[in-house]
Design a protein around this ligand. Sequence first.
Ligand SMILES: C[S@@+](CC[C@H](N)C(=O)[O-])C[C@H]1O[C@@H](n2cnc3c(N)ncnc32)[C@H](O)[C@@H]1O
Length: 226
Amino acid sequence: MSNVIQLTQDGSQTLFSETFDATYHSIFGAIEEAIHVFIAGGLDYAVLSEKRDISVFEMGFGTGLNAWLTYIAAKRRNLNVHYTGIELFPVKEGTWSQLTYVNQIPCTDLEKEAFQELHKCKWDEEVSIADTFTFQKLLADITVYNFEPSSFDIIYYDAFAPNTQGILWEEELHTTLYNSLKPGGALVTYCAKGVFKRMLKSLGYTLDSLNGPHRKHEMTRAIKPY
Ligand SMILES: C[S@@+](CC[C@H](N)C(=O)[O-])C[C@H]1O[C@@H](n2cnc3c(N)ncnc32)[C@H](O)[C@@H]1O
């Protein structure tokens, strides 16, 4: 995988993948998108149900931005988060070590170091990054991964867009993901394409169409009924 660092409009970086011809985040703002879609739209939704122990699954660990922001949020909100991120094409150290997210969010030195820990820890082993945050990176292909049923409270669905990796937006994989959510759990994504939302509905989800970040009109939160 060959990635090039790019600046987005909120001043935070993203990667442009030459292999997929796509950016890892919205060019209008990587940090803004991550906070709006995944932290506010996903993690904070789980908090509404007064849960203090929350299991998060992320499709596409990538730069580690969503995982690191979730680690920060867990500390600030006094939550216990169990985070699993899957990634088939890890970002190389020479690239992730140049990312400057930790300078753009007010945080302590320990919290800055956690960004590196997320990248440096071993694949496929659970580690404790803090009392409030256990973490596991899976080096695997999501399309063939063997999910345990009813495991997750929240899925951060941060795949490359349907026009780039159509297979990741199809019914077969999303049936598996639906089954991997606990009752009352939710999948959140920046994608609000009609055909994708209709497929989610047909699987049994209830949909919340929420305002998207920056100029994007909508994002999607799909809730599995109890
Ligand atoms: C939009 S980027 C994710 C951005 C990431 N969440 C972040 O905060 O940087 C999509 C990610 O999915 C990964 N990916 C692509 N196909 C995959 C597959 N079949 N299984 C697991 N990961 C995959 C890519 O390598 C990339 O890191």
